[in-house]
Ligand binder design. Structure first.
Ligand SMILES: Nc1ncnc2c1ncn2[C@@H]1O[C@H](COP(=O)(O)OP(=O)(O)OP(=O)(O)O)[C@@H](O)[C@H]1O
Ligand SMILES: [Mg+2]
Length: 369
């Protein structure tokens, strides 16, 4: 290697494969760097770089080549013109890489001692109160605030996160290890990504418990700062599976302002009496609808406060009302179009009151209780 090639290799150690979270040089993806001087153009070189990605037609190929281009073009001491050839790894090399990654990865990366990931499960008694919308918007908020964020659709029959994130492709299967889909900065895994495909075969058996275990263990998560779980409505099985698989989970109970619905919301929080799980707080959704500057309380008022008081009383620790969120048709419309409403079209966190509510909620949650 000549001096420029060495310098380039060093720069490429800083290019991270977005799926695997490791440098492309560590992953053995750079298989050649060759410079040749251009005739008649002083201090100008063509640079041929060969890259081997894990799978042919890897959806992130463009992201990686763009980063390689940038790394080459930013070289200051000469003019370098990059030519990148993208291929894919041979079987043996890929098998070795997967074996190496698997060896580094533990069964369930989230319950080993010292893991930094904060885990929040979004639960409710009643269906349709906004768990999935809140999970999606909160995940997008955490990601926009710079946290490495992952979200799991633990509602395996009524999954909604793929639609809310606009993720339509299947997760890449790297010889038995699944790469989470990634959109709006969030790593995402949902049974919905497998529906209708032969990969659904992965999900046979006692599906509930196993699916969560698979989501945790067979997916390459890296070590996110935050993991959000969108639970199914009810007080039931999944919350218990979650508590067993992820004893550090903090529960966030979602309710509407309707007083009559608050008893069942309280019950969904009381699983924490039987399980090693903390209830972190309550979020009241659809609290008001703003009309001509006036806040109309369409679903009544006081539900969130009441759930907070009852859980605080029954659990013997403070379970605060963390946020009250407005009823806003945009949440549904933007969400259905595949973008969490808390982000603007450019993917930036909205700075209006709605954006601020989610920012405060995220900051409140991540603060140690
Ligand atoms: N604050 C809000 N303003 C307007 N629409 C909302 C709001 N929150 C949720 N919605 C809409 O209400 C419907 C139900 O929300 P969502 O799917 O998030 O609830 P859920 O609790 O996850 O439901 P399920 O129990 O079926 O999983 C969706 O159409 C969603 O877009
Ligand atoms: Mg839902």
């Amino acid at each position: 290697m000549n001096h420029i090639e060495e310098q380039l290799f060093y720069r490429l150690t800083k290019v991270i494969d977005p799926e695997l979270g490791k440098s492309i040089t560590d992953l053995g993806m750079i298989t050649g760097i060759h410079t040749s001087p251009r005739d008649g153009e002083p201090n100008t070189f063509d640079v041929d770089i060969t890259v081997e990605l894990t799978v042919p037609g890897c959806p992130l190929s463009e992201t990686i080549t763009r980063q390689i281009d940038a790394a080459v073009e930013s070289y200051a001491d000469a003019t370098l013109i990059p030519h990148i050839t993208v291929g894919s790894m041979g079987k043996e090399k890929l098998d070795n890489l997967v074996a190496q990654l698997k060896a580094e990865r533990h069964q369930n990366p989230f319950n080993k001692p010292g893991v930094k990931t904060r885990i929040f499960a979004i639960a409710s008694g009643k269906g349709g109160v906004g768990k999935s919308s809140i999970t999606a918007n909160l995940a997008a908020t955490f990601a926009a605030l710079g946290y490495d964020t992952a979200a799991i659709d633990a509602d395996i029959y009524g999954f909604s996160l793929p639609r809310l994130f606009g993720v339509h492709e299947q997760p890449v299967n790297l010889n038995g290890m699944l790469m989470p889909a990634m959109n709006w900065g969030v790593k995402l895994m949902s049974i919905g990504m497998f529906a209708g495909s032969d990969r659904a075969i992965l999900w046979r058996g006692p599906r509930l418990q196993r699916s969560l275990e698979q989501f945790l263990a067979d997916v390459w998560w890296g070590e996110p700062d935050v993991l959000l779980l969108d639970l199914a409505p009810g007080t039931g099985d999944m919350a218990i599976s979650v508590a067993q698989a992820l004893p550090n989970t903090e529960l966030v109970v979602v309710t509407t302002p309707q007083i009559s619905a608050s008893d069942i919301a309280v019950r969904s929080g009381l699983v924490a009496l039987q399980m090693p799980m903390t209830v972190r707080g309550v979020v009241e959704n659809m609290s008001w609808y703003e009309h001509n500057g006036e806040r109309l309380e369409i679903f009544g008022a006081g539900g969130g406060e009441r759930v907070s008081e009852q859980l605080t009383r029954d659990l013997h620790y403070d379970v605060p009302l963390l946020a009250q969120l407005p009823l806003d048709p945009e949440i549904r419309e933007t969400g259905e179009a595949g973008r969490p409403a808390v982000l603007d079209a450019a993917g930036q966190l909205r700075i209006d009151e709605f954006g601020q509510s989610f920012t405060r909620l995220a900051q409140e949650l991540i603060r140690r209780p």
